[in-house]
Ligand binder design. Sequence first.
Ligand SMILES: NC(=O)c1ccc[n+]([C@@H]2O[C@H](COP(=O)([O-])OP(=O)(O)OC[C@H]3O[C@@H](n4cnc5c(N)ncnc54)[C@H](O)[C@@H]3O)[C@@H](O)[C@H]2O)c1
Ligand SMILES: [Zn+2]
Ligand SMILES: [Zn+2]
Length: 380
Amino acid sequence: MTVTNQLHDITVAVTRSKGENFTIEPARIRGPRYNEILVRMVATGLCHTDLIVRDQYYPVPLPAVLGHEGAGIVEEVGPQVKTLKVGDHVVLTYGACGHCHHCFEGHGAYCDDFFGLNFGGSDLSGQTAIEDMHGQPLHDHFFAQSSFATYTIAKENNAIKVPKTAPLAMLGPLGCGIQTGAGAVMNSLKVTPGSSFVSFGAGAVGLSAVMAARVVGATKIIAVDVVTSRLELAKKLGATHTVNSKEQDVVAAIIEITGSGTDFALESTGRTDVLGQAIETLASLGIIGVVGAPKLGTKAEFDVNNLLLKGRSIRGIVEGDSIPQIFVPQLIELYQQGRFPFDELIKFYPLDKINEAAKDSEMGKTLKPVLLISEIDTLC
Ligand SMILES: NC(=O)c1ccc[n+]([C@@H]2O[C@H](COP(=O)([O-])OP(=O)(O)OC[C@H]3O[C@@H](n4cnc5c(N)ncnc54)[C@H](O)[C@@H]3O)[C@@H](O)[C@H]2O)c1
Ligand SMILES: [Zn+2]
Ligand SMILES: [Zn+2]
């Protein structure tokens, strides 16, 4: 595959209508233009956000090719690409325009065009790169990548070059779920050595936060969930305490463990009742980050004076405030040193078992499904 702008035959997993199973279909993709790259996907993570978009919590137009934790090999580069070449191993991450106020300040996750670039279902001009075998456009550009595909188009600025010594098939989730949890702790909340940290939710995002809290030296690390196996894994990954909110009074348990409440917390369940509980567990001047995503328009309740009189803070966090080209290689290095064992979260499935992977994730059986798409050394 060397000719730019020729249509390539590919296979994709399509979300055709709200809440329906993904369907595996043949399709076609155009070649890369301008600052785009064509990537042969080796594997992609399945994130909870793929499932809430399948279920239309966020109104991405359908039919669409979702997937946003892609890892693969650069197959072709557009004429303006400067920093990547054919054969490079890349992890794909969220899209950002690169030239708005927030992008210039290194906050691409809060790009003025974030929603359009990541959830718009096309490029900003409304064009898609993928069409089905009837020539009908399939909405794509999901997180500027649509990685549930054998090949995809991304941009130079949402591809992270990673070392060939790292296990590429495992790396995709670093581009979303894992950088979100770890980045929330390291970049957003800036959890300090000797402090206390509570992760509300011990899914892929919450457990990445737990691992990061251990790396930065928090000494009380508490994981809260309703799934016992996840709490057991949390202990292995660095939690000093666990709380099963089905069985225990969460607020009382956390106050007992910490003495006077927690310094830092992260909410990744996407549930407003859990957020309300979590705010109550904060120490004076404690801060909670919110990453769990409920339906658009969801409102939460909390006692304003409990926030005000204790100087507590609450803030939203997108993608762990990560500058992915800097942060993802750092996480890979921590992994290679044995200090960030995110491989413990992963279970592999072939791409055509995507619905099984989604079901296992929703039932709490699998923490981070990764769909295997092609062999690293396959030649085109
Ligand atoms: N803000 C961002 O940038 C960003 C990035 C990635 C994912 N997300 C969102 O983060 C959330 C977490 O993603 P994930 O992949 O870890 O999902 P997940 O489903 O693996 O994790 C959610 C966890 O919450 C637990 N939970 C459910 N109800 C609970 C309760 N009452 N008390 C305690 N725990 C409870 C579940 O058992 C599960 O382990 C999702 O909403 C996802 O859409 C946000
Ligand atoms: Zn921007
Ligand atoms: Zn995600």
